[in-house]
Ligand binder design. Structure first.
Ligand code: TXA
Ligand code: MG
Length: 346
């Protein structure tokens, strides 16, 4: 591996982080932890440095990046004309697993925003992320740490395999707490539109405003050349190489029966099951994603489980769904895309 590796532990030396902060400012690529997923970042105010992120991930240049900030002073520099509702959302959810799309200022390069006149901004809560941005002294542009199209990186072994030769530093802070990327919202005409659901749920947003809507592409596939509010909705994401299918019923017995029916038709399959149901499947390949009654556990495990499936060399991966409420909405959004909308509700 080309990258220099640093482990965050009780003896962690913040001087080395300070050094990486200045390296980032000078254009080095760094994998760093956040509470959602790992990011792959560099100085977000320099177009040529940011172009290296697209190259390392194989990311489509039309898919813009999030700028990560550590203070409201940085927010002032990169955004314009923040509305009252946007301000309320920022006050309530920064720092945390929350990204807001704002009007961009001139100092934000078009390379970051893919030529849009808006910029995505997030203030992570993870201490290492916060300190790294402080030390860099500039916003850090960072998408999730994964090759484009693959599940986001939530543990360092997966990331080293994929990106270890393409970045300059890797900072290992263990498993990410949340495991799912941030909630992305945009305010239009005083309505808070959820572009990507996450740990900050619709219910959380309703505590700030009564006007919250879910963009239709959260659950609907984009048709070719359709105009979307967030370019990321258009691209394949979270998908292993093996074909996947998502199955859900509000009646658990129905769901189990349906999955067993599918296994009977495709014997060389694998089931990603919740802990409570894994003994009910007539299948030798089972991966446990966590308890149905603890969606935090499911979201934390999800991407690392999805990265394991190709090694099984099966014909089909069948994934149990969860109710689309609270954090379940975000989990189902990611799983639908994992399955490329191959979904059965029974
Ligand atoms: O939790 C997260 O958000 C992680 C960590 C590293 O912060 N980052 C992350 O970045 O998930 P990424 O690039 O994988 O996803 C950012 C999403 C993409 O779908 C992108 O299209 C959308 O945000 N986005 C970025 N800028 C936008 C803009 N100006 N307008 C609309 N959508 C935007
Ligand atoms: Mg991503």
């Amino acid at each position: 591996m080309k990258a220099k590796y640093l482990k965050v532990d009780n003896n962690f030396d913040f001087c080395s982080l300070k050094n990486i902060g200045s390296e980032i400012k000078n254009g080095k690529l760094v994998v760093f932890p956040t509470e959602t997923v790992y990011g792959i970042g560099t100085n977000g105010l320099e177009a040529t440095f940011c172009s290296k992120i697209y190259e390392a991930k194989g990311r489509n240049p039309n898919n813009p990046l999030i700028l990560h900030i550590s203070s409201l002073d940085m927010l002032k520099d990169i955004s314009n004309n923040i509305s009252t509702l946007e301000r309320k959302l920022i006050d309530r959810f920064f720092p945390g697993p929350f990204t807001i799309i704002l009007n961009k200022s001139d100092i934000v390069p078009n390379m970051v925003t893919a030529n849009l006149d808006t910029v995505a901004v997030r203030m992570p809560k993870n201490l290492i992320a916060k300190k790294l941005i402080d030390y860099a002294g500039v916003p850090i542009a960072a998408p999730s740490a994964n090759v484009s199209g693959k599940p986001s990186g939530t543990n360092i072994e997966d990331i080293i395999t994929e990106l270890g030769d393409k970045v300059d530093y890797i900072i290992d802070d263990g498993f990410c707490d949340i495991g799912l990327e941030s909630t992305v919202v945009r305010v239009i005409n005083d309505v808070c539109i959820i572009l990507r659901p996450g740990k900050i749920t619709k219910e959380d947003l309703l505590l700030v405003t009564n006007n919250v809507e879910l963009d239709k592409h959260v659950f609907e596939k984009c048709v070719k050349n359709e105009k979307v509010l967030s370019p990321g909705m258009k691209y394949k994401h979270y998908a292993p190489n093996t074909k996947c299918m998502l199955v859900y019923s509000s009646n658990t017995n129905n769901m189990i029966n349906k999955i067993n029916e599918i296994i009977a038709n495709t014997p060389n399959s694998l089931v990603i099951s919740t802990s409570e149901n894994k003994h009910f499947y007539d299948c030798k390949n089972i991966l446990d994603i966590g308890s149905r009654y603890d969606l935090n556990e499911v979201s934390k495990n999800m991407f690392s489980i999805l990265r394991k499936v190709d090694a099984f060399k099966v014909d089909l991966v069948i994934i149990e769904g969860v109710p689309k409420t609270g954090l379940g909405l975000a989990i189902m959004n990611r799983l639908l895309r994992t399955c490329e909308y191959n979904y059965v509700e029974c």
